[in-house]
Ligand binder design. Structure first.
Ligand SMILES: Nc1ncnc2c1ncn2[C@@H]1O[C@H](COP(=O)(O)OP(=O)(O)OP(=O)(O)O)[C@@H](O)[C@H]1O
Length: 344
């Protein structure tokens, strides 16, 4: 059961992590009480997650806030020790943090920075070159490649504190990938970036994945990142994996129907369109309806024969809508997680 698939880049079985949290009532009296009698409770952040990733696979890791994504990625990169379960990454046990393992992986956290703030990014790159013992030729070749793909020319010699958020993120990525890791853990790499910069980061990750056949686990609240890069998604909720499959399968999971968009030659009233589905938009020559998934073909056929239709398209709901539906209960996540831990 815990034997990794022979070619797995990442092998995870029944991985768990609990945090012990100190509880304190608010205010001065609460502080005094906790000083005398310290109360703790367990929060089960990850509770029995299992999956395998093949070399070169790019996977989106999705879930609401507090679901356990960062905790999982920290365990896989060896920053946190699991409470129980098995993890193997590139053939290594992450918790040992062996030098050979660290050369194979990288963890990029969009909300944290590793570059030295008061120095140019170039200086941090040189530090990483020394840490990872990157030969000069390889270092120069990688720098040329990253400068080209990320458009780093002109920003490498500026103090990091003077870079824009997007420029800094590009440098963070370059620093984190300079040693050409084979497994990438990317935690919100595009957070706060504008649309163009998000696209640049996606392009870079795609290019790196293709060039080095790197395995990538990506968390992002921007669904565009996930749809652009990953075919497979893992969805975690309250510390447990609730979906592992392709994006299309996740969309199918939603009970929401499909969207039919119409271009009409003659305007139709909302009341008339309501016979075919739930009207989202009507009036004039364009209209949008939501129809139950199983009914799409029949309703589309009726629309085409009964109305004067110039064009008709059928679309899946946006992935954001599916996620919102899946996690409509997300405010109860914490309650449930604690109920699980307390055996309630
Ligand atoms: N150091 C810690 N001590 C105690 N509890 C923690 C700690 N780190 C995380 N947690 C708790 O563990 C749970 C999972 O947190 P985690 O950061 O892994 O979630 P996440 O899915 O990455 O969330 P987000 O999308 O908000 O970043 C949350 O309930 C969080 O409050």
């Amino acid at each position: 059961m815990t034997t990794p698939a022979p070619d797995a880049a990442v092998h995870v079985r029944d991985l768990k992590k609990s945090y012990t949290v100190h509880e304190k009532a608010p205010g001065f009296v609460g502080s005094l009480r906790s000083f005398v009698r310290r109360r703790t409770r367990e929060v089960e952040a990850v509770r029995g997650v299992s999956f395998d990733l093949a070399p070169g696979e790019v996977v989106g890791f999705l879930g609401p806030n507090g679901a356990g994504k960062t905790t999982t990625l920290k365990m896989l990169s060896g920053l946190l020790h699991p409470s129980s379960g098995t993890a193997r990454v590139a053939g290594f046990e992450p918790r040992r943090r062996e030098a050979a393992f660290l050369r194979q992986i990288t963890l990029v956290m969009g909300q944290k920075q590793q570059l030295m703030w008061d120095l140019p990014a170039q200086d941090s790159f040189l530090v990483n070159q020394a840490i990872y013992e990157i030969p000069e030729r390889e270092y120069r070749a990688t720098m040329r490649e990253f400068t080209d793909v990320l458009g780093l020319a002109g920003i490498l010699n500026k103090q990091v504190r003077k870079l824009s958020l997007g420029e800094r993120m590009k440098c963070e990525l370059a620093a984190a990938l300079l040693h050409r890791p084979r497994v990438l853990f990317l935690d919100e790499p595009t957070i706060g970036l504008d649309v163009n910069m998000q696209e640049a980061v996606r392009e870079f990750v795609r290019d790196y994945n293709e060039r080095y056949n790197a395995t990538v686990i990506l968390t992002s609240h921007y669904m565009a990142d996930v749809t652009a890069l990953a075919r497979r998604v893992l969805v975690i909720d309250a510390g447990g994996l609730v979906f592992d499959g392709d994006l299309a399968g996740l969309v199918e999971r939603g009970s929401g129907g499909k969207t039919i968009r119409l271009q009409l030659r003659r305007p139709a009233e909302a009341a008339q369109l309501a016979r075919y589905g739930t009207v989202v938009e009507a009036g004039g020559l364009s209209a949008e309806l939501t129809v139950p998934r199983a009914e799409v073909s029949a309703r589309a056929a009726r629309l085409l024969t009964e109305l004067d239709v110039a064009d008709l398209t059928v679309e899946d709901p946006p992935i954001e809508a599916v996620m919102a539906e899946l996690f409509g209960h997300r405010e109860r996540t914490e309650e449930r997680r604690e109920a699980v831990v307390r055996g309630g």
